[in-house]
Ligand binder design. Structure first.
Ligand code: SF4
Length: 352
């Protein structure tokens, strides 16, 4: 990855901001992911995890700060913390660079739990928020999608991050199974128990090259406009909830989780002014998105009652192709031709 140069000089940096007006860039420390979540499009897309040189990556961030005034890096990695050793080397290099650059990104809750002993370095290196891909709060669903995490480690990760002054954003995905109101209620209660700083509710969106596509291939598609296959719109039919029921239940969950007294108190009185600023900004953005999505659902977006099945809509599953894309080490030449090898073995047996 270090060989891929980014044309930073081509960018008018003054036009790009994030996190409440901070001059920002999107970068990648690594690509791919070693985990096996069966719904995830990233793993099959990048096929294997690899990372940049930690020291030169930190140097590039520091240079972006000095040269272009960059204040925030949004890591677009699928999973930057996969290797504790490489990630630790990056944190140390970032701390040595000593630049006031903030970092936000996404990672796995169990990596946070694994790194409990170095989380103070995360914060010192500039990390202020992680999006934790929790996807679901139900153990049975987590095992259906092979998430490999557990509700215990999800909750622990949020607690550890808070203890180190890092915000957590939990993603929660509706529609992995044919849920009903009772499942949504359970999910809501579990989210409250997790107590994340922010949440992002999404809808299951199966990619053809993932094993989950095969699991869901007979479910009906209700959204035929592929521009709306963006995780923020329901695309698969559910038998127990009409689209409006699911939509308003999800909106209500977002509203209730974000506006609980505890969450509001953090937005208003968080002791760290940096975090207070970012949470207020996020709340402001979230409000605008929330109303826009309600308007979109009621007025703009069209759905079909029972469209084609997933397989009819997209075609046959492609997850077998994914296996063939996985990097394979080429078969090694035997040190000696097979016949020669046998002859040597035979003579040494006789000599022995
Ligand atoms: S969902 Fe996250 S942890 Fe799972 S394979 Fe995808 S990137 Fe990796």
């Amino acid at each position: 990855l270090d060989a891929c140069r980014i044309g930073w000089e081509l960018i008018d940096h003054g036009r790009y901001s994030y996190w409440g007006g901070k001059r920002a860039v999107v970068m990648q420390f690594s690509r791919g992911c070693p985990h096996l979540c069966n719904y995830c499009g990233q793993r099959g897309f990048w096929t294997r995890w690899r990372h940049r040189d930690p020291v030169s990556f930190a140097k590039e961030i520091a240079w972006l700060h000095r040269e272009y005034g960059v204040e925030l890096v949004n890591l677009a990695d699928e999973n930057p913390t996969s290797s504790k050793k490489a990630w630790r080397a990056f944190l140390d290099a970032m701390i040595a660079e000593n630049v006031p650059v903030l970092i936000v990104g996404s990672t796995r809750a169990d990596d946070i739990v694994r790194d409990a002993d170095i989380l103070h370095l995360y914060r010192k290196a500039g990390v202020i928020r992680w999006l934790l891909g929790m996807e679901n709060t139900d153990e049975a669903t987590l095992s259906l999608i092979r998430k490999g995490g557990s509700t215990k480690s999800d909750r622990e990760a949020i607690r550890l991050l808070r203890r180190h002054g890092i915000l957590s954003m939990a993603t929660w995905v509706a529609g992995f199974e044919d849920e009903g109101f009772r499942d949504l209620w359970r999910g809501f209660r579990q989210l409250i128990a997790y107590d994340p700083d922010q949440i992002q509710a999404l809808y299951v969106t199966p990619h053809r090259w993932t094993p989950f596509f095969r699991i869901a291939k007979d479910r009906r598609v209700i959204q035929k406009d592929i521009r709306l296959w963006d995780y923020k719109h329901q695309v698969l039919h559910m038998t127990r909830l009409k689209p409006w029921m699911l939509f308003f239940a999800v909106k209500l969950i977002e509203l209730a989780v974000q506006s609980r007294p505890k969450a509001l108190a953090r937005v208003l009185f968080h002791p760290d002014p940096e975090q207070r600023h970012s949470m207020r900004w996020y709340t402001k953005m979230g409000r605008r998105v929330w109303f826009r999505e309600v308007w979109g659902f009621l007025v703009r977006d069209r759905r079909v009652a029972a469209g084609p099945t997933l397989a009819e809509f997209w075609g046959a599953p492609q997850d077998a192709d994914e296996e063939s894309m996985v990097f394979q080490r080429p078969a090694r030449e035997p040190a000696l031709p097979v016949a020669e090898d046998k002859r040597v073995a035979e003579s040494s047996r006789l000599a022995g």
